[in-house]
Ligand binder design. Structure first.
Ligand SMILES: C[S@@+](CC[C@H](N)C(=O)[O-])C[C@H]1O[C@@H](n2cnc3c(N)ncnc32)[C@H](O)[C@@H]1O
Length: 217
């Protein structure tokens, strides 16, 4: 999607992807990664996700990347935090406690010359249209050290829509995109069923949330 699409979504508060609760598959499966608490976690396309507070509370430094200044501002304000701010390469970096949010285009992240041993993607890959996904995966492969782990959460639903996010990214697509650079294990699968309004209305046949553990080769 174009940057303007996301800026408009934040400006008009059309952020249906944002959750008040920590993602259930994150809290269930993160312990499987058995990461030392000092391991910094890369969170691409982070929005104002509360999952970042959860990771920081475990002791992890967190490096989030987010296009929207409004999202970054809200993230800290809603937590009652007053971040410090500094320029870091082409990014404005706002940080408080263990959490650093890099404001700008994640696709420029190479320029920081940073590498990570862990990453968390919830609603980042599925926010990108098909044409951008290979570039996203290639960038993740460059940013993650060999042996690094990525907890990836996607959605799969039918009938799939092609025009706007969230895009359906089934297991076959995850394997096609990542298998050159990562080993892949599917950890979990939540069927929203009738609790999803579009399934309940008959507009969609199913809506599932998938969770994968990927390890950089
Ligand atoms: C679907 S939302 C998911 C946000 C977050 N991961 C969550 O779980 O709530 C996608 C987010 O990515 C941001 N975004 C989109 N393209 C981006 C880019 N190129 N660089 C950084 N952030 C981007 C959008 O502004 C939006 O906040």
């Amino acid at each position: 999607m174009e940057a303007e699409f996301w800026h408009q979504r934040w400006q008009s508060s059309r952020i249906g992807f944002h959750r008040q609760q920590v993602n259930a598959q994150l809290s269930r499966f993160w312990p499987r990664l058995t990461l030392p608490e000092q391991t910094e976690v890369l969170v691409p396309l982070c929005g104002k996700s509360r999952d970042m507070h959860w990771l920081a509370e475990l002791g992890h430094p967190v490096a989030g990347f987010e296009l929207s200044p409004l999202a970054v501002q809200d993230f800290f304000a809603e937590a009652g935090l007053e971040p410090e701010s500094e320029q870091s390469g082409s990014y404005r970096c706002r940080h408080a406690g263990r959490i650093h949010l890099y404001e700008g285009d994640f696709f420029q992240a190479d320029s920081l010359q940073r590498r990570f041993d862990a990453a968390y993607d919830r609603a980042a890959l599925i926010a990108l249209p098909e044409a951008m996904r290979t570039a996203y995966v290639d960038l993740l492969a460059r940013l993650l050290n060999p042996g690094a782990t990525l907890l990836l959460i996607t959605v799969d639903y039918a009938p799939a829509q092609q025009q706007s996010p969230p895009f359906a990214v089934p297991e076959s697509e995850v394997r096609r995109l990542f298998e050159a650079h990562f080993s892949i294990e599917r950890l979990g699968h939540i069927e929203e069923g009738q609790s999803n309004p579009r399934v309940a209305s008959g507009e969609r046949r199913f809506f599932d949330e998938l969770c994968f553990l990927l390890r950089r080769k």
